[in-house]
Ligand binder design. Structure first.
Ligand SMILES: [Zn+2]
Length: 274
């Protein structure tokens, strides 16, 4: 297949009452496991490079890795920059081959969020690249607290910027290690009625599978960002591998043992949303 645009993939998913997993990538091992899972489930996926990933590996390297893998996949793959904050990194992502970028202006006042998001949309759309914006604050466990999205503000930002997808805050929190979030589904529905573009929920790992499935089936949420849940699988499998064989030392031998468990867990996430 090929590299896909976020707009196309999410609009199709919404029409089919499905949602697409936005999978947090930290390295090449994640990419191969996630694509194998997407191919096995015959569903598109979004590979995401967030701030942590970019601090570890330069963006142009990530862009090349994402594209190389996407071009060889048998299902559509979106190469997405997660949580971009500055115009410079958005431009670098576009130059590095990403097919989608997120501009996170959610911590700015509404007018500034609209201004920077609209500017990113104009730059990205000229290059054929999709844009995800954010309104309302999605907090972090032990960090920044959340602030629910106001439907009026979401409607204004979506209308005035022309974003392709909008991340909202409705009880979701980043980095939750248990699926204990209580999503305000009435709020999600109110926002969905006010905007035309698909809705995104960050902090997907904290959202119970049954809730994700319901929101997808109703066509209310079209993208769930999933990071922690899969990093837990990676970490626990790695621990097991090292515990089971005290003589194992080669990195590639160790990492090979993670592929099947990571692929299986990803398949479970994708299958639940389709
Ligand atoms: Zn996020």
């Amino acid at each position: 297949m090929t590299i896909a645009s976020l707009a196309t993939i999410l609009n199709q998913a919404r029409q089919n009452n499905q949602a697409i997993a936005g999978l947090v990538v930290l390295g090449w091992e994640d990419i191969t496991a996630f694509i194998a899972a997407a191919e096995a489930e015959n569903m598109p996926v979004i590979l995401q490079a967030g701030p942590g990933c970019r601090a570890h590996t330069p963006l142009p390297v990530l862009g090349a890795m994402f594209r190389y893998a996407a071009e060889r996949a048998s299902v559509p793959i979106v190469c997405h920059l997660d949580h971009g904050y500055e115009i410079q990194e958005i431009e670098e992502a576009i130059q590095s081959g990403f097919s989608s970028v997120m501009i996170d202006g959610s911590k700015k006042p509404l007018s500034q969020n609209i201004e920077i998001t609209g500017h990113v949309v104009s730059i990205a759309h000229r290059a054929g690249v999709s844009v995800e914006g954010e309104i309302g604050i999605v907090g972090y466990t032990d960090g920044l607290s959340s602030q629910g999205t106001e439907p009026d503000e979401a409607a204004r930002l979506a209308r005035e910027t022309g974003v392709d997808a909008l991340a909202i805050s409705a009880g979701n929190t980043h980095l939750q290690t248990q699926a204990s979030a209580i999503i305000d589904e009435v709020l999600v529905e109110k926002i969905a009625q006010r905007i035309e573009c698909p809705i995104v929920l960050h902090g997907g790992s904290g959202i119970p599978h049954s809730v994700r499935r319901r929101l997808a089936r109703k066509g209310l949420v079209s993208k769930f960002n999933i990071g922690t849940e899969l990093r837990q699988v990676f970490g626990s499998t790695l621990r097991k591998t090292l515990d089971e064989d005290p003589n194992i030392f080669d990195r590639l031998t160790i990492l090979k043992t993670l592929q099947a468990p990571l692929c299986d867990a990803t398949r479970h996430i994708i299958a639940n949303l389709k």
